[in-house]
Ligand binder design. Structure first.
Ligand code: PBG
Length: 291
């Protein structure tokens, strides 16, 4: 078989994530190479994502390479993948899930959270939950990849950052984590910690069969069905976290009501084989409370 070309964003985290897939392929005796690409979302850093067109900006360039046959696979953080994935570019494998929690990071050398400065967080999901944990805290947007955000933190602009444990750990920076939020304290974004391998319809991806993690896949389907049903675009602070144990799947959703700013969480449990349906069911139930 020819070399498998893996399309990746250029950021260090994106490349490390692509290497995880590359290493798997090489361990299968396959030849795999990473091709990095600049994406619009990585280039424009002075505006928020909703101003420039949403999360899709991180994937468009990679999609084009797949469609044009310049790459065979794209590796994405599932959480950055838009809810509506084109039929001709399906997710062909889900990785085992890395730590799904969010973490608090203090500026280098600091020991305590100094709330005279804002906490840096680029997502409304994190901000609304932070408000509950630290009522006095101000939340301020911070853009850029994880390393850029850490530089901004260390230059003194923020009291702390909230980041996904998964990215921080993959970058080998777990030593900088000062607090792990439980998933109850800070419900993660749908798909957080899972990598999605995207391919092109009609190609044979059977070589990824053993890479796909059934548990992560079921969790991903439930969480994404919940968000999709609520039409949670990238700026909407809905959150969902599922835990699959064998035949059982349990999930928690967070629903934010735009008009009032109110939000609440609810849970649902059922059979793993019904993952998608459970996500939709929970979404309907939660939205119904505001109608
Ligand atoms: N939106 C950026 C992004 N996309 C995926 C991760 C981390 C890795 C993951 O969640 O799988 C991050 C960084 C962060 O939110 O701290």
């Amino acid at each position: 078989m020819n070399t498998i070309r893996i399309g990746s964003r250029e950021s260090k985290l994106a490349v490390i994530q692509s290497e995880l897939v590359q290493n798997y392929l090489r361990a299968q005796g396959l030849d795999a190479q990473i091709i990095t690409m600049k994406t619009t979302g990585d280039i424009i850093l002075d505006r928020t994502l909703d101003q420039i067109g949403g999360k899709g900006l991180f994937v468009k360039e990679l999609d084009r390479a797949l469609l044009d046959g310049r790459s065979d696979l794209s590796v994405h953080s599932l959480k950055d993948l838009p809810m509506e994935v084109a039929q001709d570019l399906p997710v062909v494998a889900y990785s085992k899930r890395e730590d799904p929690r969010d973490v608090l990071i203090l500026p280098q050398g600091e020991k305590e959270l100094d709330l005279s400065k804002p906490i840096g967080s680029s997502s409304l999901r994190r901000c609304i939950q932070l408000k509950k944990l630290f009522p006095e805290a101000e939340c301020k947007s911070v853009r850029g990849n994880v390393l850029t955000r850490l530089e901004k933190l260390d230059s003194g602009q923020y009291s702390a950052l909230v980041l996904a444990a998964a990215g921080v750990k993959r970058l080998g920076l777990q030593g900088r984590i000062s607090r792990y939020f439980t998933v109850e304290e800070m419900l993660p974004a749908a798909g957080q910690g899972i990598l999605a391998v995207q391919g092109k319809a009609g190609q044979d991806y059977s070589y990824l069969g053993a890479y796909n993690d059934r548990q992560a896949q079921a969790e991903a389907l439930a969480e994404r069905a919940f968000v999709r049903w609520l039409d949670g675009g990238c700026s909407s602070p809905v959150a969902a976290h599922a835990v699959c144990q064998g035949e059982r799947l349990q999930m928690t959703g967070l629903y934010y009501h735009d008009l009032t700013g109110q939000w609440h969480k609810e849970q649902i449990a059922g059979e793993t084989s019904q993952a998608k349906m459970l996500g939709v069911e929970l979404a309907k139930r939660m939205k119904g409370r505001y109608e």
